[in-house]
Design a protein around this ligand. Structure first.
Ligand code: G6P
Length: 604
C-alpha cells in the first residue's frame, strides 16, 4: 500500500527519495511523487504508474547542496490513481505526504473551502496541508500550526509536511500508521514508513509510537507524545538485512500478512461504508440491470472466497448464484445466458484459467466483473467492471490477507445487491454495516491465541490426515483451512461439510485422524455440534474452534464471543491461518515458498 520517505541533508536528494520509494515498492502502488525544498524553492514531480515514470519526469532535476525532500508511493483509495491525486499535495507554500485515512476530511474540506482554500485533488490527504496553512495564519510558529492541525485530524495517519518558511525542517506525525526516523554519521535525517526504505542509509532509527509528532532539521530532532510532553530520543541500531526489514520482525511474510489483515481490511472498507448503504465508487449500478443470476469463477483460495459469496448473495440478495472452478468451466461447454453476471475473483488478476474463463464469458456476451487485488492486471483491463481489494502485495504463496479482503468485498457486494434488489430491510443493512466496521479489530491477532496455537501445533505433525469441517460459510472456510495446511505443511488435509462426514469419510475416523472443527455460536451450532460428536464417538482426535466450551474435544481453541456468524468467520479464519503456519514452521518448511507451488499461475 502507500509508502513514505523523507530526507534532510546535503546528499543527492532525488536519488535518496526514489531509492527509498523503490524499497517500498513491494507494498504495491499506482502513482508516486516527490517534493524537494532547496535554496528557498520547491520542485515537485509526480507520475502515475511505476517509479520509472517518476524518474523520467524528474530527470532534469539536479540537487545542489543542502535540501529537504519528501516522497510517496500511493495506492488509490480516495480518488483514482491520477497525477493530481498523487502525493505530495500542495497548499500555498507547503507540501504534505500521508498514509492512512483522515475520517473527518469532508467536514474539514467544507470548512476550508468556505474560507477560500482551493482543492485540486479528490483525496482526503489534501485537507492536511490546507488546514496547516489555515492555522499558520494565526499560530505563533509553523510548528504550532502543525500541532493545531494534528489536533483536528480524526482517523489514522503517518504524515510528513514541509513549509517554505522553515526550509530546513520536516514536520512529522504518527497516529495508527507506521513512521520511522533515522540518522547516520553524516548528520542526515531520514524518514520512512518502513525501515526497508532506510536500510543502508541510516545506522540508527526511532520507531515512532502512536501519538508521536515533532519536527526535524539537521541540527535537531524534537519529539512529543500525544499529551504534548517532549519525549527523550531513543535510537536503536538498524540491521542491514533488507529481506528481514521487509518482514518487519516477523519470521515469514505469511506471518506478517496474517498480522496485516487488520490494516488491509480497514483499507478495503475505506470509503465504501456509508451509514445505511454500501458505496462502490467504481461500480455503475446499471451493471446489474437485467441480471437474474450471478456466476462466480475462480481458482484456489479465490474459489473459496467465491463459495462464501454464493451463500451471502443468495441469502442477502435473493439472486441465483453458482460457483465455477475456472479450469473446469473452460472445457465443460457451459450453458450461458445473457441475464447472468459473470464475476471472476483473483488476487493476481493473471491466473490463466480464470483469465480464459473471463474471455469466454465476454465472448458469449455476458456482462463481466472482476474482484481483484492488482489494478491494471489483465483481468481488470478486460472485465466490464472491477472492484479492487486493496490487500497490498501479498508475498507468501499461501494466500491470507488477499482472501480476507476478497471475502470482505463480497460481503459488502451482497449488501449492496440486497439494497438495490430490495431484499434486505434497511435495519439489517445498517446492522451488517456496523459489523463490517468491526472487522479490523475482529481479525487483529490475539497474542494469547497465537501462543496457544504455537504450543498446540506440536501435537498435529503426524497422523494419516486432517478433516476440516464446518457448515454454511464455515464449509468454504474449512476448505480454505485445509488448503492452507496442505500448501505449507505437505500434510494431507481435506475440507468437508460437517453434515456430509457420515456419508463416507467417517469411515476413516480413528485417533490418528485429526478433525479441525469449526463450531460457531451463531450459525447452526447444534447441528454442527452433533456432527463433531459423531466423530468424537469414533475416536477421531478433535480440535474444536468455538467461542463456547465443547467437552468432547481433545483440544479447544476458544474464540471471542461475537455478535454475528460473519465475525466468527473472520476470527476463525485467522486461527486456521496461524495453525497451519505454526505446524509448517515446526516441520521446518519454507512457509513463504512451499515446494511445487507458484504465487501466480499463468499456465493452464
Ligand atoms: C495459485 C496460488 C493460490 C491462489 C491461486 C489463484 O495457485 O498459489 O494462492 O489462490 O493461484 O490465484 P489468483 O491470483 O487468481 O487469486
Amino acid at each position: 500500500m502507500c509508502g513514505i520517505v523523507g530526507y534532510i541533508g546535503a546528499k543527492p536528494v532525488k536519488k535518496i527519495l526514489i531509492d527509498g520509494l523503490r524499497e517500498l515498492e513491494y507494498r504495491g502502488y499506482d502513482s508516486a511523487g516527490i517534493a524537494v525544498l532547496q535554496q528557498g524553492g520547491f520542485s515537485l514531480f509526480k507520475a502515475v504508474g511505476k517509479l520509472i515514470n517518476l524518474e523520467e519526469k524528474a530527470k532534469e532535476f539536479e540537487s545542489n547542496g543542502f535540501s529537504v525532500g519528501i516522497g510517496h508511493t500511493r495506492w488509490a483509495t480516495h480518488g483514482k490513481p491520477t497525477e493530481l491525486n498523487a502525493h505530495p499535495h500542495l497548499g500555498q507554500n507547503s507540501y504534505v505526504v500521508h498514509n492512512g485515512i483522515i475520517e473527518n476530511y469532508q467536514e474539514l474540506k467544507a470548512m476550508l473551502t468556505a474560507q477560500g482554500a482551493q482543492f485540486l485533488s479528490q483525496t482526503d490527504t489534501e485537507v492536511i496541508v490546507h488546514l496547516f496553512e489555515h492555522h499558520l495564519k494565526t499560530a505563533a510558529s509553523a510548528f504550532e500550526a502543525f500541532r493545531q492541525t494534528l489536533a483536528r485530524l480524526e482517523g489514522a495517519y503517518a504524515v510528513l509536511l514541509v513549509n517554505g518558511s522553515v526550509p530546513d525542517t520536516i514536520f512529522f506525525a504518527k497516529h495508527g500508521s507506521p513512521m520511522i526516523i533515522g540518522r547516520n554519521t553524516d548528520n542526515d535525517v531520514l524518514f520512512g514508513s518502513s525501515d526497508a526504505a532506510l536500510i543502508g542509509k541510516c545506522n540508527e532509527v526511532i520507531y515512532l509510537e502512536d501519538g508521536h509528532y515533532g519536527y526535524a532539521s539537521s541540527d535537531e530532532v524534537a519529539l512529543f507524545d500525544a499529551q504534548d510532553r517532549e519525549v527523550v530520543l531513543r535510537y536503536v541500531p538498524l540491521s542491514d538485512n533488507k529481506l528481514s526489514a521487509q518482514k518487519e520482525g516477523y519470521r515469514f511474510f505469511m506471518e506478517k500478512e496474517i498480522y496485516e489483515q487488520s490494516t488491509v481490511l480497514a483499507d478495503t472498507l475505506m470509503g465504501r461504508l456509508r451509514d445505511r448503504s454500501i458505496y462502490f465508487e467504481e461500480i455503475d449500478p446499471s451493471l446489474f440491470e437485467g441480471i437474474n443470476e450471478i456466476k462466480l469463477c475462480a481458482c484456489g483460495t479465490s474459489y473459496h472466497a467465491a463459495l462464501v459469496a454464493s451463500y451471502l448473495f443468495e441469502r442477502h440478495a435473493h439472486i441465483r448464484t453458482s460457483v465455477e472452478i475456472a479450469s473446469e468451466f473452460r472445457y465443460r461447454d457451459p450453458f450461458l445466458t445473457s441475464d447472468t453476471l459473470f464475476v471472476v475473483i483473483s488476487q493476481s488478476g493473471e491466473t490463466a484459467d480464470t483469465l480464459e474463463s473471463l474471455k469466454m464469458a465476454k465472448k458469449s456476451g455476458l456482462k463481466t466483473m472482476v474482484i481483484c487485488n492488482v489494478d491494471n492486471s489483465s483481468m481488470v483491463r478486460l472485465a466490464d467492471a472491477s472492484i479492487l481489494t486493496r490487500a497490498g502485495i501479498e508475498k507468501g504463496v499461501a494466500s491470507t490477507k488477499a482472501f480476507a479482503t476478497q471475502v470482505s468485498v463480497l460481503w459488502m457486494l451482497s449488501l449492496y445487491l440486497g439494497e438495490t434488489r430490495k431484499t434486505l430491510p434497511a435495519t439489517e443493512i445498517e446492522r451488517q454495516i456496523q459489523l463490517l466496521r468491526t472487522l479490523p479489530s475482529t481479525v487483529a491477532v490475539d497474542p494469547a491465541t497465537h501462543e496457544q496455537l504455537r504450543r498446540l501445533s506440536k501435537r498435529y505433525l503426524h497422523g494419516h490426515g486432517f478433516f476440516f469441517i464446518g457448515r454454511d460459510v464455515f464449509y468454504p472456510l474449512a476448505l480454505e483451512g485445509a488448503l492452507k495446511l496442505k500448501e505449507i505443511s505437505y500434510l494431507h488435509a481435506e475440507g468437508y461439510p460437517s453434515g456430509e462426514m457420515k456419508h463416507g469419510p467417517i469411515a476413516l475416523a480413528d485417533p490418528e485422524l485429526f478433525t479441525i472443527a469449526l463450531l460457531p455460536q451463531h450459525k447452526l451450532y447444534d447441528k454442527t455440534k452433533s456432527n463433531i460428536e459423531e466423530l468424537s464417538a469414533r475416536d477421531s482426535t478433535i480440535c474444536s474452534i468455538s467461542p463456547l466450551d465443547f467437552d468432547k474435544a481433545d483440544d479447544h481453541i476458544r474464540t471471542r464471543a461475537q455478535d454475528d456468524y460473519m465475525l466468527e468467520f473472520f476470527e476463525m479464519m485467522v486461527v486456521l491461518q496461524l495453525l497451519s503456519m505454526e505446524i509448517a514452521i515446526r516441520l521446518g518448511n519454507d512457509v513463504d515458498m512451499p515446494r511445487n507451488l507458484a504465487k501466480s499461475v499463468t499456465v493452464e
